[in-house]
Design a protein around this ligand. Structure first.
Ligand code: C5P
Length: 225
């Protein structure tokens, strides 16, 4: 059976961490390999979607046939996402830093013997997922967020779906003993307005293909609105 097609659809995917500069040589960041987001971008492209992948700094090769916009900070990621609109589907897999350093210095901070350690003042970053979900007429028809939790995964993810204004949440358990963070496999719960659905442990590529299948079904012409 042929894959349901996403031809003619434009998908925006965010992936990887953001780096928030402290000075020219130091930064704050989150742990994120970008693997799940890159796999999702590739799976959507395999179904014929035009994909814009807005990627923070990662060690992955750009998936073939996908337009990749490389960014460093959350502010740059938001600007690249806004520039990519309009799109039909937005999938925010990026591990965006919640804060940036309020006043990064343009020279390397120096340590002097006996001097006090510097104190970093942080300022909040924009929430890219929430902004895309609240983009008014430019809002993508389907906005999907991720929720990495260490406990009470379903409860927190369901609350996050409502708080962020997105349509679906892909929730996963990132306790270190799961090996999910940075690993090859993922075990997710898909939260939608219809409820929650636990998927078996799968490779990140298989999770991506199954999610692309779900998205294609959502957009299929025989789906009642
Ligand atoms: O708020 P929290 O980080 O737990 O939410 C995770 C979801 O929100 C992910 O989909 C992530 O990509 C997105 N997010 C974002 N911009 C932020 C923080 C999170 O797009 N500043």
């Amino acid at each position: 059976e042929a894959l349901p097609s996403l031809a003619g659809r434009h998908a925006l995917v965010t992936a990887g961490p953001t780096h928030e500069p402290i000075d020219p040589v130091r930064y704050l960041a989150n742990r994120s390999s970008g693997r799940q987001g890159y796999a999702i971008a590739a799976a959507l492209a395999a179904r014929g979607a035009r994909v814009t992948l807005v990627s923070g700094p990662v060690d992955l090769p750009p998936p073939p046939g996908i337009e990749v916009r490389r960014v460093e900070t959350a502010a740059q990621m938001l600007a690249a996402c806004q520039a990519a609109l309009p799109c039909d589907i937005a999938i925010c897999t990026a591990a965006v830093a919640d804060w940036h350093v309020a006043s990064p210095t343009d020279r390397k901070m120096k340590k002097a013997p006996g001097a006090a350690a510097p104190i970093l003042t942080l300022a909040p970053n924009p929430d890219i997922l929430a902004q895309l979900a609240a983009a008014g007429p430019a809002r993508p028809a389907l906005v999907i967020g991720f929720a990495a939790e260490t406990h009470d995964v379903e409860r927190y993810a369901a609350a996050k779906r409502v708080a962020k204004g997105c349509d679906w949440i892909v929730a996963n358990d990132v306790r270190p003993e799961t090996g999910i963070m940075g690993g090859a496999e993922n075990e997710i719960v898909l939260i939608s307005p219809d409820g929650s659905e636990r998927w078996p442990r799968l490779t990140k590529e298989a999770v991506a293909q199954r999610l692309a299948q779900r998205i294609a079904e959502y957009f299929s012409p025989d789906r009642s609105p």
